[in-house]
Design a protein around this ligand. Structure first.
Ligand SMILES: Cc1ncc(COP(=O)(O)O)c(C=O)c1O
Length: 372
């Protein structure tokens, strides 16, 4: 039984606006005419795309044209589509952070890509390492097909890539004509007001940048809504390989009707709740310095990337923790080559404050008991 759910990156369950979404559905569905009798089209329900554009404008100061935004079934669909777009044959390379979202690692492996992991530090993907890898690969005629990057609240490390490094990334990719895929699904889960680094798509670039957003982290993964955008002609090419008939207009309309008035109040409300949980988790981790060190103190996102003592038997630790009802994500799941690294990722959004306060001491026991 899972008593301490620190495994996956879900928002606070109590803050899901069931009633408000129900009221939104009652308002909008009767007004939709025959729209639900039609396929949504490859871009999807226009009013929600407009809300997405307004959200980007407010956050980034620059919004893409609404006709360049495509709704997707969660952001994961967009993440996967990018491999289908750029990977022509098995073994084509994709550059990503050495520690990267496990879902992307799995999806890109399934699409036959060779994963090229670039070391990270507390500021995200390291540009010296990226430059070296691309230089060597160019010399061998084995340049990767695209770069997938989590520049803001990187999953799992929580790192934010500083502006100068973002500019450098775009310069390096321009040198090798590599498209950039920017997965930005945590950009609105912010707990400290001084965070702001512009998204890559807002910066001057000589290569195409595909930007991906999600509603899973600010609303809930059950709504399965996300979007991506990029200028033509690349957008048209990506849409051509899409084979799902489009994203649910029903879900999009209900969320539009709720978000058109409540987007930012909702985001600020849930961030305040999740911030308390992040703070509680750090407070608890700090009580067990023999078991835990953390990579950084993220100002946003839903995770803490925790370093365990080197002598930890990470496989045994997971087994012991599981038997005691503690769920977390192993470091191995986020390593591009699935190495047994002495790390784990703790998600703090979904668990209650009580579960955090009771579960972290139990996890510390598991770590301490499984030293070799
Ligand atoms: C970096 C990253 N990208 C994409 C996703 C997929 O999210 P969804 O498909 O629910 O939008 C996740 C989910 O955890 C994630 O962490």
């Amino acid at each position: 039984m899972e008593n301490y759910p620190f495994g996956s990156g879900r928002p606070d369950p109590g803050s899901f606006p069931n009633r408000k979404l129900g009221e939104a559905a009652m308002r909008i569905l009767p007004e939709m005419g025959d729209e639900l009798a039609l396929y949504p089209g490859m871009l999807g329900y226009q009013p929600l795309r407009q809300v997405m554009a307004d959200r980007l404008l407010q956050r980034e100061g620059v919004a893409p044209p609404v006709e360049e935004i495509a709704l997707t079934n969660g952001s994961m669909q967009a993440v996967t589509l990018m491999a289908q777009m750029f990977i022509d044959q098995p073994g084509d390379g994709v550059v990503m952070e050495e520690f990267c979202y496990s879902g992307t690692i799995g999806a890109y492996q399934k699409e036959g890509a060779e994963l090229v992991g670039i070391p990270v530090d507390e500021h995200g993907m390291r540009m010296d390492a990226l430059s070296d890898v691309l230089k060597k690969r160019a010399a061998k005629g084995k340049l990767p097909k695209f770069i997938y990057v989590l520049a803001t609240f990187q999953n799992p490390t929580g790192a934010i890539m500083p502006l100068e490094r973002r500019r450098e990334l775009l310069q390096i990719t321009a040198q090798y004509a590599l498209p950039v895929v920017e997965d930005h699904c945590y950009a609105d889960t912010v707990y400290e007001g001084d965070y702001y680094v512009p998204a890559l798509y807002t910066l001057p670039a000589e290569v195409p940048v595909v930007h991906i957003e999600s509603l899973s982290k600010i609303l809930g993964p059950g709504v399965r809504l996300g979007c991506f955008f990029t200028p033509q002609p690349l957008l048209g090419k990506i849409l051509q390989i899409r084979r799902d008939g489009g994203t649910s207009s029903l879900a999009a309309a209900v969320v539009y009707e709720y978000f058109r008035e409540h987007l930012w109040t909702h985001v600020h409300r849930i961030n305040a709740i999740v911030k308390q949980k992040r703070d509680a988790m750090f407070e608890m981790l700090g009580q067990f310095p023999d078991a835990f060190e953390w990579f950084s103190r993220p100002k946003g996102g839903l995770f803490i990337w925790v370093k365990l003592p080197d002598a930890t038997d990470v496989v045994k630790c997971e087994q012991v923790a599981e038997a005691r009802g503690i769920d977390y994500a192993t470091g191995k799941a986020f390593h591009v080559f699935r190495r047994d690294v002495p790390y784990l990722r703790l998600a703090f959004g979904y668990a209650s404050l009580e579960q955090i306060r009771a579960g972290i001491p139990k996890l510390a026991e598991c770590v301490i008991e499984t030293q070799r």
